[in-house]
Design a protein around this ligand. Structure first.
Ligand SMILES: NC(=O)c1ccc[n+]([C@@H]2O[C@H](COP(=O)([O-])OP(=O)(O)OC[C@H]3O[C@@H](n4cnc5c(N)ncnc54)[C@H](O)[C@@H]3O)[C@@H](O)[C@H]2O)c1
Length: 331
């Protein structure tokens, strides 16, 4: 597979690492709106700088990885569909639901292989949790708790173009909730505040949220978000069922435990997504490659992107109205 990366920012650098290390993928080049950014990344991996428009008509390129700013994703997805390129697209597909639906439908009208960057589905701990849920180790799943806190908020300039906490950050948790519950969500009730940084509030967003999801079968899911955790990237999941409980824990910088007279001391969680989910990014890329080879859907599809975004839209409406929102009203 000859693969080009669109974007040379934070997440593109993570993907560049996994692409360069994949035994069956050739890193065909990188394109960015800022030429110096593309040049620096291309130089680091010994690849070429490409033009973000021209690469779609380049017959030598089989696949594109969209890791550019959110506002570019829908257009690039449609270009990949038009030119028959396999595509792995970072979340979210677009800032609004209507644009997301259009891009996803365009992709679905073609036979291209299209994956969505819900990397957490590929994390070994969460995959084990999912496997044990499916195998019935905790009986009937009743409640799911997802705790997802970043170590520190991004710059306010990023927040302004991000679509807000639910579309930018909670979207991963909405996807995890859908994937683990495996039971359509009926209702969303969201609450939120700007407690971490008042400027985030002034920009019209929140940095702290608690969301309750209710599934068709009455299963309950609680998502707790913060843009800041003093002790690092806090990523935990607890699934509670009729016969037991499964818990995915934070992974420390080291598993070492220090015990002294005053108590126990363990290392803080791995700092952020780069450290915590590097294995997941590698496995995400490999799943995309295998899907392309076998002409099947990757683990997370464009439709999953749309469905997670419906939840983000419902949460947004619930936050503003103060009322629970039925998902059937969000289309
Ligand atoms: N899955 C994950 O874990 C994860 C983590 C971080 C970011 N993301 C997503 O990845 C995307 C990028 O986030 P980031 O943190 O890397 O942002 P960033 O600002 O660091 O990088 C975005 C890059 O896209 C470039 N760009 C903008 N318009 C372009 C265009 N038309 N053509 C080519 N390049 C263009 C910018 O110049 C910039 O270098 C966002 O949609 C974000 O939600 C996903």
């Amino acid at each position: 597979m000859k693969l080009a990366i669109l974007g040379a920012g934070n997440i593109a650098k993570v993907h560049a690492q996994t692409v360069a290390a994949h035994p069956h993928i050739e890193f065909a080049g990188v394109a960015d709106a800022v030429p110096q950014a593309a040049e620096a990344l291309a130089e680091q991996y010994g690849t070429q700088v490409l033009d973000s428009e021209a690469l779609f008509t380049d017959k030598d390129i089989d696949a594109v990885l969209i890791a550019s700013s959110t506002a570019t994703h829908a257009d690039f997805l449609e270009k990949a569909a038009e030119h028959g390129k396999a595509v792995l697209c970072e979340k979210p597909v677009a800032l609004d639901l209507e644009r997301t639906r259009r891009a996803v439908t365009t992709v679905q009208r073609t036979s291209i292989v299209c994956g969505l960057g819900f990397n957490r589905r590929h994390d070994p701990q969460y995959q084990e949790l999912k496997k044990r849920l499916v195998e019935g180790h905790i009986g009937n799943l009743e409640t799911l708790m997802i705790i997802s806190r970043d170590p520190a908020p991004p710059p306010v300039a990023y927040i302004k173009g991000s679509g807000g906490l639910f579309r930018d950050m909670t979207i991963h948790d909405f996807d995890m909730a859908r994937w683990l519950l495996a039971d359509p969500i009926r209702e969303v009730h969201a609450t939120g505040s700007a407690l971490v940084n008042k400027e985030i509030g002034a920009a019209g967003d929140i940095d702290t949220a608690m969301i309750t999801l209710v599934s068709e079968q009455g299963r309950l899911c609680h998502i707790s978000n913060s843009r800041r955790a003093a002790y690092g990237y806090d990523q935990r999941i607890e699934a509670f069922g009729s016969e037991g409980m499964l818990r995915a824990q934070n992974e420390g910088e080291t598993p070492l435990l220090l015990m002294r007279e005053e108590g126990e001391l363990s290392a803080p969680p791995k700092h952020f997504y780069l450290e915590r989910y590097m294995t997941a990014y590698r496995r995400e890329l490999d799943d995309f490659y295998m899907a392309w080879k076998e002409q099947r859907d990757p683990l997370a599809t464009a439709e999953d992107g749309y469905q997670a975004q419906r939840l983000a839209e419902a949460a947004s409406r619930s936050l503003h109205s103060g009322q629970p929102v039925r998902l059937s009203d969000i289309n």
